[in-house]
Design a protein around this ligand. Structure first.
Ligand SMILES: [Zn+2]
Length: 416
């Protein structure tokens, strides 16, 4: 297995044009003593919406690394793939996010469930975990229920993993993540323990796991939920992971992965406290926030850049239902609070950037507009070269926003 670095940061380069500005943030962070490995991630869904191929993400990342002289590690994530979508990612990627969210709830065979329970008597009864004050009380019925919900999903993850091993011709050249975030109900720490036991049984050398945490992780906007409850759950999950590493032989590098992790300003202090206190690693994904900063940059540039930003918003507004549909579990938009096409047409640069830039203290900030634009990258994709050319024409101001957002609002807050 390829060892996953301790701190990894997922960055999304939707239009294969932002890798330099993103990498600049990692270079600046390194100067501040923060060692973070970039992981360029772009899901199958995003490739389909844009009409791009994983190899293009690889080429953009390789070029940025060569141009900027980055000598550290970097990875390319086949993000949210399954058995039917993994193949085109195999060659360019060295990090695979096995998405089993759709398989949760599909029952494994009764014989497999029984065998799992029989193999794990230690999961039943009082289960003490270092770092968690109150031991878990887990009944046989709890284990059976969780196995019925998750065992099949772990079997499917194993099938994807084995498929990748066969296609790669070995186990040494990639990192494996299992994601369960795009589902309706959060996984509790006791469930996480049972799931990790099942993953270990399947022989998957998992190094990062993306649970669905309590609360809403809407795309590109702040966390919505009970922050103290999140902090407790996050810390308990870290303790469960350490316990599972010790007891089930999972890789020592296993860590939590926070998906839709950009812009979650209100939980960053809790995450920072937890990783500093425990020494745990972290993978955090910030993909879409990067594309939003491209739009902020175009709007800030004024002139044709601002006009294009307005055009993208207005077209996204017209197609809002279709754009939002694939992202239903990870956005929360109040359509009534979206500014009209007429209103936005009349906006200045400052009005547009105030509405879009993620500064909750700014009275002009509009989280509804921000989320709609977050899922509206299809509109920019349909503009083709016009959009790419605008990024090139305004590259300085776009790069300033992309780099600054990652460095100042994310990396420094989480790691400094
Ligand atoms: Zn995800």
């Amino acid at each position: 297995m390829k060892t996953c670095p301790k701190y990894t940061f997922g960055v999304g380069d939707r239009f294969a044009n932002g890798a330099h500005a993103q990498l600049a943030a990692f270079i600046e962070a390194k100067k501040l003593g923060i060692d973070i490995t970039p992981v360029w991630n772009k899901s199958n869904r995003e490739h389909n919406i844009i009409g791009s191929e994983p190899i293009q993400t690889r080429q953009a990342a390789d070029k940025a690394v060569a141009d900027l002289g980055w000598t550290g590690e970097y990875l390319l994530d086949a993000d949210h793939i399954n058995l039917s979508t993994v193949d085109r990612f195999v060659a360019p990627c060295d990090f695979f996010t096995l998405d089993v969210a759709d398989d949760i709830g599909e029952a494994a065979t009764p014989a497999d469930v029984e065998a799992f329970i029989a193999r794990h008597p230690e999961l039943i009864g009082t289960v003490a975990i270092d770092g968690i004050a109150q031991p878990f009380q887990i009944t046989r019925e709890d284990v059976e229920k969780t196995a019925n919900q998750f065992l099949k999903a772990t079997q499917k993850a194993a099938a994807i993993y084995q498929h990748i091993v066969a296609a790669k011709g070995g186990v040494d050249n990639f990192v494996t993540e299992v994601s369960m975030d795009e589902t309706d109900s959060p996984q509790t720490p006791p469930e996480m323990l049972i799931i990790l036991a099942a993953i270990a049984d399947q022989g998957i050398p998992i190094q990062t796991i993306a649970p669905k945490f309590t609360g809403r992780f809407n795309k590109g906007v702040d966390y919505v939920g009970d922050v103290p409850q999140f902090e407790k759950e996050f810390n308990d999950d870290l303790a469960v992971i350490a316990h599972a590493v010790k007891n089930y032989g999972l890789p020592a590098t296993l860590k939590l992965s926070v998906h839709s992790g950009s812009d979650k300003f209100s939980i960053y202090p809790a995450i920072k406290r937890a990783i500093q206190r425990t020494g745990a690693g972290l993978h955090i994904k910030t993909a879409g926030t990067n594309w939003l900063e491209e739009i902020v940059g175009l709007a800030e540039a004024g002139g044709t850049g601002l006009a294009l930003a307005k055009e993208i918003y207005i077209k996204a507004l017209e197609k809002k239902e279709a754009l939002c549909e694939p992202y239903a579990t990870v956005i929360d938009i109040d359509y009534a609070k979206l500014p009209s096409a007429e209103e936005v047409s009349g906006w200045t640069s400052t009005q547009f950037t105030d509405a879009l830039r993620h500064d909750p203290a700014n009275p002009g900030y509009n989280a509804n507009l921000r989320q709609l634009l977050h899922v509206g990258f299809k509109v920019a994709a349909q503009l083709g070269d016009t959009y790419i050319q605008a990024l090139k024409d305004n590259s300085t101001v776009v790069a300033k926003n992309v780099t600054g957002n990652l460095l100042d609002r994310h990396m420094k807050v989480l790691f400094l």
